[in-house]
Write a protein that binds this ligand. Structure first.
Ligand code: ASP
Length: 407
């Protein structure tokens, strides 16, 4: 049986078993946590080594700049479309209609770093501590320098290149081993969510959940399918099937960063994206490109405004588009981060911060779909950029590593 089929079975069985058993299913969550830890163990060495190799083979700075520029444009445009769609669907379905506000707690936002600090913080003062604290952006910056310097050095850089290349391959191999455990890990995580989220929390907000899911799914079907079809002639079915393993891991782990090793492996092995493009676009995307998060922030901002009876006009909607785009860029790829950044959107648009407490109870449910779309958007981006650079091997169905990609 193919791995993605096993994962799908784990997923469906997990949902059913969780619903039947109820909260005591939390006892099996450690199995899911074990799975996530196993993947997380690979992130730093894999991202770092494959990006060093990627950057050194892209070599010429002009090309690196061009790829970087295209990637950022793709990220920004798709995120802005995502949130516009979120606003339109919120206006059509109005999830706040009939919603009765109960007890609202108080919410204290975290202070936001300034734009200057954000850029400064991308440069590590110590690459080892960047690696030790999972700071992917800093790791990307250092890896880019390493890769460029290696290619400029020529002969002298070759031993280091061979080393990083070999470590990257080892990490991909371990990823394949860890994925063997995915059906059980996904089963445990999904069972935990369905077993512990009671209908008392879910039902009053069912319409909000529906709109967030609908916006995410439509965005994927229209924008991602459209982009990979137009640029790479990859059919939506091939795309979603090839990327399914990563989507399932993202959905159950709620972390783009933790899903990275799987997303990169799926994009390279199943969808034919070159290692150079995948190792640049996907780690960057996992930290700054979050369409699912932007959708969630848009829908929640409008929901909160309406529940509190605050009228919104065109300037406020534009403000939501702008701030949710910025907030999604600043959101870390870890569970629940998007909710903290929702505070920034609310504050900038002038909406009550305590509104966050209205949606906090269902955050895990919303986090699942937004993380899933966050990583899917990165993969679609990697395909589009690879195709535009002539670095996309013909996509083939999932097989062993290296079988599909002829570089
Ligand atoms: N959990 C999301 C992710 O890792 C971020 C968020 O909370 O929106 O992509």
């Amino acid at each position: 049986m193919k791995l993605w089929v096993k994962i799908l079975i784990g997923f469906v069985l997990g949902a059913i078993v969780g619903l039947i058993v109820g909260p005591s299913i939390a006892a099996i969550k450690p199995l899911g946590d074990l799975f996530i830890r196993l993947i997380k163990m690979l992130i730093v060495p894999m991202v770092f080594c494959s990006l060093v190799v990627g950057a050194s083979s892209i070599g010429d700075l002009k090309k690196l700049g061009r790829v970087g520029g295209k990637t950022l444009v793709y990220f920004l445009v798709t995120t802005a479309i995502a949130i516009t769609l979120a606003i339109l669907l919120s206006l059509v379905f109005d999830p706040s209609a009939g919603y009765v506000v109960g007890e609202v707690g108080t919410y204290t936002p975290k202070p936001m770093p300034s734009i200057v600090d954000t850029f400064l913080n991308m440069v590590p003062t110590n690459p080892i501590s960047a690696a030790a604290t999972d700071n992917i952006l800093q790791l990307i910056v250092f890896a880019l320098f390493m890769g460029i310097a290696i290619s400029l050095l020529g002969e002298k850089g070759k031993p280091a290149l061979a080393f990083f290349d070999s470590v990257a391959e080892i990490m991909y191999r371990i990823t394949a081993m860890v994925m063997g455990f995915a059906p059980i890990g996904v089963f445990a995580l999904i069972a935990w969510v369905t077993g512990t989220s009671g209908s008392a929390v879910l039902l009053p907000l069912a319409k909000l959940i529906f709109v967030v899911y609908l916006a995410n799914i439509l965005h994927a079907i229209v924008v991602y399918s459209g982009a990979v079809y137009i640029w790479a002639k990859i059919s939506p079915i091939t795309f979603f099937r090839g990327f399914f393993e990563a989507m399932a891991v993202a959905f159950s782990s709620c972390s783009s960063s933790a899903t990275l090793p799987i997303s990169m492996r799926c994009a390279q092995d199943n969808l034919g994206v070159s290692k150079e493009i995948s190792s640049f676009v996907q780690p960057l995307g996992a930290t700054i490109n979050m369409d699912g998060t932007a959708i969630y922030q848009g829908v929640c901002a409008i929901f909160i405004a309406r529940v509190y009876g605050i009228p919104l006009g065109l300037p406020q909607y534009l403000m939501i588009i702008l701030t949710a785009t910025m907030a999604s860029i600043g959101t870390a790829g870890v569970p629940g981060a998007g909710m903290i950044m929702l505070g920034m959107v609310l504050q900038t648009v002038g909406l009550p911060l305590d509104g966050i407490m209205l949606v906090a109870g269902i955050d895990r449910i919303l986090d699942m779909i937004r993380t899933c779309m966050n990583v899917t958007g990165d993969a679609a981006g990697a395909i589009v950029i690879a195709a535009s650079e002539g670095e996309l091997a013909t996509a083939k169905p999932a097989r062993g590593r290296g079988a599909a990609v002829a570089r």
